[in-house]
Write a protein that binds this ligand. Structure first.
Ligand code: NAD
Length: 792
């Protein structure tokens, strides 16, 4: 074809990126010795290797050393040895190292991009223009955090050795998201790339070697799930940072329960792409192409559920099909390619299987009429319509180029459909009305919302999910917190409760008369416990001081329903919440003597100490009221034509379990910040001194606390903590209890991956509540990043 004929045909000529440098890199290395441990290159202890194939051809690319548990042990020990010196290194020195890594990556940007494309199959345009520049930006951005650590995070230190496990869809970028904040915080790392895509991590280790990273600060081990398990289970690891599937995230949540390891989970998603009828449809189509077909749909935040307003649905779907017909599927090294192969034959089988199952459940699947290359793991883009909300393609993460399209009529229906998923990672909202978009964004249960855009990321803006999309954020200030210790709790160890939780020795008594039954406080009312059982409470001399209700699983369920229904509390203005908390404090103050006498009588504390506890409780309520309208989000200015609003939202329904020490202050020091941030709570108070909590009912009733915002269920704390942990409609759980109860709470929370904080078996000395309130306020919010682009 000569140039005129080409002009006539308006067809693309092939524009392949050269792979010679990457091939030479591969040829020049013995990847059977690709473990990077303690600054040395090693083979695995058994000498075993695993094969890495090129997705575009299926051909063998390399055989890479596989790390056994013994190799992981060696890597963790190397990281531990390197830790004290690295932590003692000045912030400035660590900043220089991070900057040096960023600069070295810039110099090798092309090699990184080509290697990533060969290894993963993603189009070179994406690895060159997105993955590699973002990874570099991450290191350079975090150089600043390293230097600013002491001033920006006073009282916090690096958590220690970080075990990091990443998936195959953005191998280098996920590495950068993990390694950069860890190094900035003064942690040392043991990182495991995914077994399909180890190559850019090996090149990265070479860069570390050349950038002068001290031996043992960065260790990279390769292998599959067993290698990952060895990292998760290793006693020498202080923090696990995991990105991958929700299934494995839950396994890791259970495995780390009770170990004291800090944990962040970045998991899957089923993100909604919402198009309102006043949207700029052409822009929305382009956004959708990026939203679902970027990286062949193998993106955790892929906009895989299109929700389009009914009136424009036909027109919009028509334009989507026309655009799909123009997507170029083929060689990922060609700069014109839009869609490359999937990462592996097993992933191709999985996607094919899910499409077939979706069709069996009634979906109509449309694909453009295009030819696929003869070799490689290619799959055509798919548009699935006629799907019910329960169809597999509407509910499950396909992690492939499959778009499920549905329609909606009203704004409320769009929000309800968008939230009809167990995930909560991201969402896109398309409307020319910014006020409509900003009305919808806060109502979406998602960690990131893009308005008139999609797939916008930046190192300064946190990324991460709600619900089963995991917890913790990567990027920015909140990402740094994941690698830093919270101010240390001081206090005494809590002993496991005896059979009756240290409550009276008389055992359960069935009350006879209706009026004599001690009550729980649920939905703003005093209600009888479901089983009508009560437990005796003894005073400091072992005398019978009164009875409280023995709350059960059913009572917790009722309390959670009441807390869920109390939507008005989250929606109230922060000023309004502040006033209610001030009023609560005021009403408690009126009854100071009574509460002090109760505390002294039950706990044996002196009158002075008991009074001080009531005074501190009042002060603590005041402080939380004061912060209700001040502990706010931020606005970021990323290097794009956009502002990113990092909004603070309540976690939702929070379970609180308090211990026997300081029964009033211990309960209110958690309840006050939780309520201030708009959460509704189900509190299980001190078991032994529960009469202090039942005395609170009247204070709550007279303080304008809305029904259901503050529920109290008395009973055996360890049992009720477990019930709260297992409850799928509880979004977060804070437990102060013995070590076993804390471990059970963490393990049983895996079902819906609720956010759990435990005291790890310590009864904190709540007289120091001021120093702790900041951490509780932080725990009481989810940070949602809303991206708002601007310009013509
Ligand atoms: P995966 O969970 O199977 O594997 C992820 C990593 O975990 C791999 O390195 C794997 O070897 C390792 N692993 C597997 N089993 C393990 C175990 N029992 N213990 C420890 N490690 C184990 O996920 P994948 O298929 O590689 O990646 C796709 C998933 O990752 C998708 O669900 C996607 O949504 C998610 N993802 C999430 C984000 C995010 O930021 N939220 C980003 C990218 C990908």
């Amino acid at each position: 074809m000569n140039i005129l004929e080409r002009y006539e045909a308006m067809d693309y000529a092939p524009a392949p990126e050269s792979r010679s440098e990457a091939d030479a890199w591969l040829k020049g290395r013995d990847l059977a010795k690709a473990l990077y441990i303690g600054g040395k290159w090693k083979a695995g202890s058994t000498g075993a290797t695993f094969d890495v194939r090129e997705p575009a051809s299926g051909k063998l690319l390399a055989s890479v050393a596989e790390a056994t548990a013994a190799d992981v042990d060696e890597a963790v020990k190397a990281a531990r040895r390197a830790l004290p010196k690295w932590q003692a290194t000045s912030g400035f020195e660590r900043a220089r190292v991070l900057y040096a890594i960023g600069r070295a990556m810039q110099r090798h940007a092309r090699l990184f991009a080509v290697l990533e494309t060969i290894d993963n199959g993603k189009p070179i345009r994406e690895s060159r223009d997105v993955d590699v520049p973002l990874a570099i930006r991450h290191f350079i951005h975090h150089a600043g955090w390293a230097q600013a650590l002491e001033t920006e995070f006073p009282g916090r230190a690096g958590v220690g050795v970080a075990g990091q496990i990443i998936p195959w869809n953005f191998p280098l970028l996920m590495l950068a998201w993990k390694v950069a904040p860890a190094l900035a915080a003064g942690c040392t790392v043991v990182l495991k790339p995914a077994e399909f895509t180890p190559l850019t991590a090996i090149l990265f280790a070479e860069i570390c070697e050349r950038a002068g990273i001290p031996a043992g600060v960065v260790n990279i081990v390769h292998g599959g799930p067993e290698t990952g398990e060895a990292i998760v289970g290793h006693d020498g690891v202080d923090k696990i940072a995991f990105t991958g599937s929700s299934e494995v995230g839950k396994i890791i949540r259970r495995a780390t329960a009770g170990t004291g390891k800090k944990l962040s989970l970045e998991l899957g998603g089923k993100s909604a792409f919402i198009v309102f009828e006043d949207a700029d449809l052409d822009s929305a189509v382009e956004g959708l192409v990026d939203g679902i077909w970027f990286n062949q749909g193998q993106v955790c935040c892929a906009g895989s559920r299109l929700l389009v307003q009914e009136g424009i649905a036909e027109k919009f779907i028509g334009r989507v099909k026309a655009r799909m017909a123009n997507l170029r599927v083929g060689d990922p090294l060609d700069k014109n390619t839009d869609i490359g192969p999937l990462v592996d034959a097993s992933q191709l089988d999985r996607v094919r299987g899910m499409v077939a199952e979706g069709m069996a459940q009634g979906a109509a699947c449309w694909t453009p009429d295009a030819e696929l290359p003869a070799a490689g793991y290619y799959h055509l883009p798919v548009l699935a319509t006629e799907i019910g909300t329960s169809n597999l393609l509407a509910q499950e993460e396909v992690f492939g180029p499959v778009l499920a399209a549905m329609t909606f009529r009203s704004t409320d229906e769009a929000i309800q459909l968008a939230n009809n998923t167990r995930y909560g990672l991201a969402a896109s909202v398309w409307s020319e009305s910014v006020s409509l978009a900003l009305h919808v964004a806060p109502q979406l249960k998602a960690g990131v919302v893009w308005i008139n855009g999609t797939n916008m990321f930046d190192a300064a803006c946190g990324f991460g999910g709600y619900r089963e999309s995991g917890f913790g954020r990567e990027g920015g200030r909140e990402g740094m917190l994941e690698y830093l210790t919270a101010p240390k709790l001081s206090g005494r160890r809590i002993d496991p409760a005896p059979a009756l939780s240290g409550i009276g020795a008389r055992g359960e008594v069935e009350t006879t008369g209706l009026d004599r039954t001690p009550k729980l406080y649920i939905g703003g009312k005093q209600v009888r416990p479901d089983g009508n059982y009560s437990i005796p409470i003894l005073d400091r001399k072992g005398r019978h001081a009164g009875e409280v209700g023995l709350g059960s699983r059913k009572d917790i369920r009722d309390a959670v329903s009441a807390a869920r229904a109390a939507k008005g509390w989250a929606e109230a203005t922060a000023f309004n919440r502040a006033q209610v908390l001030y009023y609560l404090a005021e009403n408690l103050a009126i009854r100071t003597d009574e509460f002090a006498a109760r505390i002294a009588g039950l706990t044996g504390a002196s009158t002075k100490v008991a009074r001080a506890e009531v005074d501190a409780s009042i002060e603590c309520l005041f402080a939380a009221a004061g912060m209700a309208d001040k502990f706010e989000g931020r606005a970021h200015q990323p290097p794009a034509r956009a502002v990113t609003l990092a909004l603070h939202e309540p976690v939702g329904v929070l379970g609180l379990v308090a211990s026997d020490a300081q029964p009033l202050l211990g309960l209110l020091a958690m309840a006050a910040p939780a309520l201030a941030m708009g959460n509704t709570i189900v509190a299980v108070p001190s078991a032994a001194h529960a009469l202090v909590a039942t005395d609170l009912y009247q204070v709550l009733e007279t303080s304008d606390v809305p029904s259901g915002a503050f529920n109290i269920v008395t009973g055996r704390a360890s049992e009720l903590a477990k019930v709260l942990a297992m409850h799928d409609d509880v979004d977060g759980l804070w437990v102060v209890a013995d070590a076993d109860t804390c471990a059970v709470a963490e393990r049983e929370s895996a079902g819906n991956l609720k956010r759990v904080w435990t005291s790890g078996g310590i009864a904190p000395d709540w007289t120091g509540w001021q120093a702790m309130q900041g951490s509780f306020l932080q725990r009481a919010v989810e940070i949602k990043n809303v991206w708002v682009p601007y310009g013509d």
